[in-house]
Ligand binder design. Structure first.
Ligand code: FDA
Length: 305
């Protein structure tokens, strides 16, 4: 996809009027192809189906543009319910959270309180939590929150984006905490002051981060649909005899499903990130920005009854 269309979809992803309209449309425009269900209950069967194929899951309750403490508390309650249901249904699933939906932009106290409630429940039910990484203006605050939580809880990880210049340094600073990290290229529109603009530099930096984090001995989720990154990782783990309990491949639900199954067949651990909920607009737009094929099924969805 050319840079203009990519930027256009990333610009649209931040439009809160369209976001509100999208909630009314329901998951038309092909969104149901990449969203597990409109509620967690609706997604349970889909998760069980993935689990039967040997694929683990991390679920994410969709939601951005949170403006009130009340909303953030509701989202926290929803996360707690999700943790309980993962355990109740014996699902092979972790949970991912976006800290802006838990109050990061409202106050440090609010997001801290909400995260403590979620983490206490996650410990009780033995569910691993990953804090997703959002745009660069929130990166420092999100990592500070992660570090503070990691001092108290083992079952928590976060995400490092290879498009940011700061990421290699962040990896070094996190290293003393034995971090559990998902490494990605990065999904937001970022300026040249903070992020590589050339794709090959983002790709090279992702390889650099994967190697560094694995050789540091930390658990690493390689979250990419890119064959070059997957092949690089396979060669690296072979060369350094890195065991399969120190890493996993992660992909988004609905993307490269055949490759997910193939990796499982080859003996690699695979986890699928499965969003659920009605708040699919921002997530969907970022996926459109990433890949032209996502656009074509979205357009077909517009004419679906
Ligand atoms: P990229 O988009 O660079 O594509 C490279 C090549 O891969 C393509 O040219 C094509 O050959 C192949 N390819 C890609 N998609 C394909 C498809 N659907 N079908 C077939 N081939 C395909 N970002 C973020 O900022 N914060 C976060 O917390 C997360 N979390 C996250 C979790 C998981 C599990 C994943 C997979 C991704 C994220 N991301 C993310 C998104 C991430 O930053 C990135 O935007 C996307 O994964 C796209 O980059 P890729 O590395 O997948 O390939």
């Amino acid at each position: 996809m050319d840079a203009i269309s990519k930027n256009f979809f990333l610009y649209l992803s931040k439009n809160s009027t369209l976001d509100r309209m999208a909630k009314r449309w329901g998951s038309k425009f092909g969104a149901d192809r990449i969203v597990g269900g409109e509620s967690f209950d609706g997604a349970i069967q889909v998760i069980q189906g993935m689990n039967r194929q040997g694929i683990a899951v991390t679920v994410d309750h969709l939601g951005e543009f949170i403006h009130s403490a009340e909303e953030a508390k509701l989202r926290c309650q929803e996360s707690i319910q999700t943790i309980r249901k993962i355990s109740e249904h014996n699902l092979n699933s972790q949970m991912s959270v976006k800290v802006t939906s838990l109050g990061l932009d409202i106050s440090a106290e609010l997001v801290w309180e909400n995260m403590l409630k979620i983490m206490d429940e996650a410990v009780k039910y033995d569910v691993f939590i990953t804090i997703d990484m959002e745009d660069s203006s929130r990166c420092g605050k999100t990592l500070d929150l992660y570090k503070a939580l990691k001092e108290r809880y083992d079952n928590i990880g976060t995400v490092i984006q290879s498009y940011l210049y700061r990421s290699s340094r962040d990896l070094d600073e996190l290293n003393e905490l034995d971090p559990v990290l998902r490494l990605v290229k990065g999904a937001y529109k970022e300026p040249a002051e903070v992020a590589f603009q050339e794709k090959y530099k983002v790709d090279e930096n992702l390889k650099h981060l994967i190697k560094k984090n694995l050789l540091n001995g930390n658990f690493t989720s390689i979250a990419s649909h890119d064959d070059a990154i997957i092949e690089y990782t396979k060669d690296l783990v072979k060369e350094h005899h890195i065991p399969t309990d120190q890493f996993e491949f992660q992909m988004l639900y609905g993307m490269r499903s055949d490759t997910q199954v193939q990796l499982v067949k080859e003996g690699y651990p695979v986890r699928v990130y499965m969003p659920y909920g009605t708040d699919w607009y921002g997530y969907f737009m970022r996926r459109l920005a990433e890949r032209p094929a996502n656009v074509s099924f979205a357009l077909r969805g517009m004419f679906k009854k």
